[in-house]
Design a protein around this ligand. Structure first.
Ligand code: KG4
Ligand code: ZN
Length: 338
């Protein structure tokens, strides 16, 4: 069964064709990065307008590359419906509905975060249960995954998302855009013991698996003057390396605690931050953990992961209603303090 997957939740306009939820026949990702770079961040209005301009061409390319036509070679359509930028989501969702209606195909709305979590399953056969670590620009989720449809959120961020903190620190120091990628690259040349940033204390009650990035971000921005006065060399590389270590160590600590508490030692990562070199290194080298990371192309936003998860939803008999709406947020994926 061939599923056409449409992803427009943020700044990547992506359409893919995936066979049987596993074989990627095409995965076209048209990135808007250059169009948002002058603002050092994603401008929602620009993002949704570009999706409107690009979606048809990207879809045609996905069909052509896969060597199929919508009428003959596509059996179902899957489209991201939540969470994300509302205007961007609405473009893909409306377009997907239009395609499904005009071609008379079954279709389903897909949750973007669950699709990130599912992405490594395109490349690996992974036995349940496992711990899921979904780290992106808008979310930081540690969960227990018992089956495709049984995902229990154990911890989230109580303020900024991990990728958001990378982006904000990179923006403050003018490290480049997109921030997370630029900071990660600079960090490779830096000394990660140059600065010691504070770690949050979230050890109690509902928060034992939660993380917090707002204090670390503020420290990385504000403590620098103090460090300079102490005579420390505040090179961009050293700031990047020290920040990256603090941000990722915080996550890894929670993953290890979850592994110890649940007895589940398999970790499956997804989302843009799962491309981070230090995160990949620390988790994959940990003798206590067996880990699966998506290849780089499947870490960040892409239509293939939407098509793959959509396939399983369709196979389970799920069909979405025409009045399905886009949702910017999903309760439970982010937590407010306390
Ligand atoms: O999953 P994604 O493409 O979009 C969202 O769903 O948000 O993730 C984008 C986020 C951005 O915050 C970006 O800075 C971050 O992932 N990111 C990274 C790296 N590559 C992307 N953060 C740290 N290190 C990286 N190598
Ligand atoms: Zn994403």
């Amino acid at each position: 069964m061939n599923v056409l997957g449409i992803e427009t939740s943020c700044d990547e306009c992506s359409v893919a064709v995936v066979a049987d939820g596993k074989t990627i026949l095409s995965n076209i990702v048209a990135t808007q990065v250059e169009r948002h770079a002058p603002w050092n961040g994603v401008v929602p209005e620009i993002a949704s307008r570009l999706h409107v301009e690009w979606i048809e061409e990207v879809t045609q390319q996905a069909l052509d590359t896969a060597g199929v036509s919508l009428e003959e070679g596509v059996d179902a359509i899957a489209v991201t419906c939540r969470p994300g930028l509302i205007g961007s989501l609405l473009v893909g969702l409306s377009y997907g509905k239009g395609l499904a209606w005009s071609a008379g195909k079954p279709w389903v709305g897909v949750d973007h975060m669950m699709a990130h979590l599912h992405a490594p399953r395109l490349e690996y056969d992974i036995a349940y249960p496992y711990l899921g670590l979904i780290v992106s620009g808008g979310h930081t989720i540690l969960c227990r995954v018992d089956s495709l449809h049984e995902v229990t959120v154990m911890g989230t961020t109580i303020d900024d998302a991990c990728g958001e903190a990378f982006d904000k620190v990179a923006k403050f120091y003018d490290m480049g855009y997109p921030g997370g990628v630029a900071l990660d690259k600079l960090a490779e040349q830096g000394d990660d013991s140059a600065f010691r940033f504070p770690q949050p204390r979230l050890h109690k009650g509902n928060h034992i698996y939660d993380v917090s990035y707002s204090g670390l971000k503020t420290a990385a921005v504000n403590q620098l003057e103090q460090f300079r006065q102490e005579g420390k060399e505040a090179s961009l590389e050293n700031i990047a390396a020290s920040f990256r270590k603090a941000a990722i160590d915080m996550l890894v600590k929670k993953v290890k605690k979850a592994a110890a508490d649940t007895g589940i030692h398999t970790v499956v990562a997804g989302g843009g931050v799962s491309a981070n070199r230090y995160l990949r290194k620390v988790i994959s080298e940990d003798p206590d953990l067996e880990s699966y990371f998506p290849s780089m192309a499947l870490c960040t936003d892409n239509g293939a992961m939407i098509a793959a998860l959509g396939y399983h939803q369709i196979m389970a008999g799920e069909r979405s209603e025409w009045n399905l709406n886009a949702r910017a947020r999903v309760s439970g994926f982010r937590r407010a303090y306390p």
